[in-house]
Design a protein around this ligand. Structure first.
Ligand code: APR
Length: 315
């Protein structure tokens, strides 16, 4: 693995590029944006941190045009992370970004397919499940090679809240969220443990519900505080880990937005599930054991995102 591209050099894209460079597992990180000079300037700045942080990966900044010019630079990328698009403003739902961001993600995905047809695409632009479906349609890449980042982030938020509530190390906490990256997110308390003990033994049900609600609104809570943008430190950590999992090709199991077709009795939809990640993207969707209520919630989420994903086909 030698080359990873991050499209969009905003807060999410630039922090993702920096994390990827600091892993020091790729030869090159390409960072692109349509704002002239922005990716070049950020790349120069990141490269100047190499002697301090001690990594050899080179960051290359490239200004691209909305007509697809400049995309030659991404040729041969093994992974492409798409972050281009508008973030939410306070009071907005992710779904409010649908049309505007579809107008960005469609041409970006077409250009990616033209110059990096063998890449794995990781989408992070919101609304996540819909933009992932659109990226697959527009790129024409096999469904296993197009996935979205949401579950890693939602799960991390949930784990952080549990660790803080109990005053335990985050490393001892395991949580899980599936479903959509939005209203129909499905936290899976039955899979949550602290040092291997079920979460239900450590916190009362009302407290777990409270943390679940805070997790579901985790992005909006930060948008309301920032007022001018959305979260990017935890999101970029999640996206960068997914890109690394592709590079490592070790079959790491992660909650991601993947094409589900038959698993859990759900047909043909991009949905948040656990999946084994490797060089070809999603090796296999993992059928996490779920309670009846969790399964029902997952089906409900699938239905909600399926309707919206059908809409993006015409965008
Ligand atoms: N190609 C490349 N970059 C683009 C394009 C395009 N066609 N259109 C817009 N961009 C760039 C913008 O110029 C900007 O630098 O995308 C960047 C977006 O950056 P921010 O506004 O800082 O937004 P960010 O916080 O990075 O979020 C990006 O991720 O979490 C989601 O909801 C969020 O959809 C949003 C995306």
């Amino acid at each position: 693995m030698s080359k990873v591209t991050v499209v969009g050099a905003g807060f999410y894209g630039s922090t993702t590029a920096q994390r990827l460079a600091e892993y020091d597992v790729f030869e090159t990180v390409v960072l692109t944006d349509i704002v002239e000079g922005k990716p070049e300037g950020l790349a120069l700045d990141m490269n100047q941190s190499r002697p301090i942080e001690g990594f050899e990966t080179t960051v290359v900044g490239v200004t691209t045009g909305t007509d697809g010019s400049g995309y030659e630079a991404i040729e041969g990328s093994d992974v492409v992370v798409i972050t281009a698009g508008f973030p939410r403003k306070p009071g907005m739902l992710r779904m409010d970004l649908l049309e505007k961001n579809a107008g960005i993600v469609r041409p970006v995905s077409e250009s990616v397919a033209r110059y990096a047809p063998d890449a794995v695409i990781i989408v992070v632009t919101n609304p996540l499940d819909e933009m992932t479906a659109l990226a697959q349609l527009a790129s024409g890449l096999p469904k296993n090679r197009v996935l979205g980042q949401a579950g890693m982030l939602d799960t991390a938020r949930f784990s952080n809240f549990v660790a803080t509530e109990l005053g335990v190390p985050v490393g001892s906490v395991r949580t899980l969220t599936l479903g959509s990256h939005g209203e129909t997110m499905v936290p899976v308390p039955s899979a949550c443990t602290v040092d291997g003990r079920p979460l239900a033994e450590l916190l009362p049900a009302e407290k777990v519900d409270e943390l679940v609600t805070r997790t579901r609104n985790g992005g909006a809570e930060i948008v309301a505080l920032l007022k001018t943008g959305s979260a990017y430190y935890a999101p970029s950590a999640a996206a960068a880990r997914m890109a690394k999992a592709v590079a490592d090709d070790a079959g790491a199991v992660m909650p991601v937005c993947a094409w589900v077709d038959g698993e859990f009795g759900i047909e043909g939809v991009y949905l948040g599930v656990e999946a084994e990640i490797g060089r070809d993207g999603v090796r296999r969707v993992v059928q996490t054991p779920l309670t009846e209520a969790e399964t029902a919630a997952l089906h409900e989420a699938a239905q909600a995102v399926r309707a919206k994903q059908a809409d993006v086909a015409g965008m």
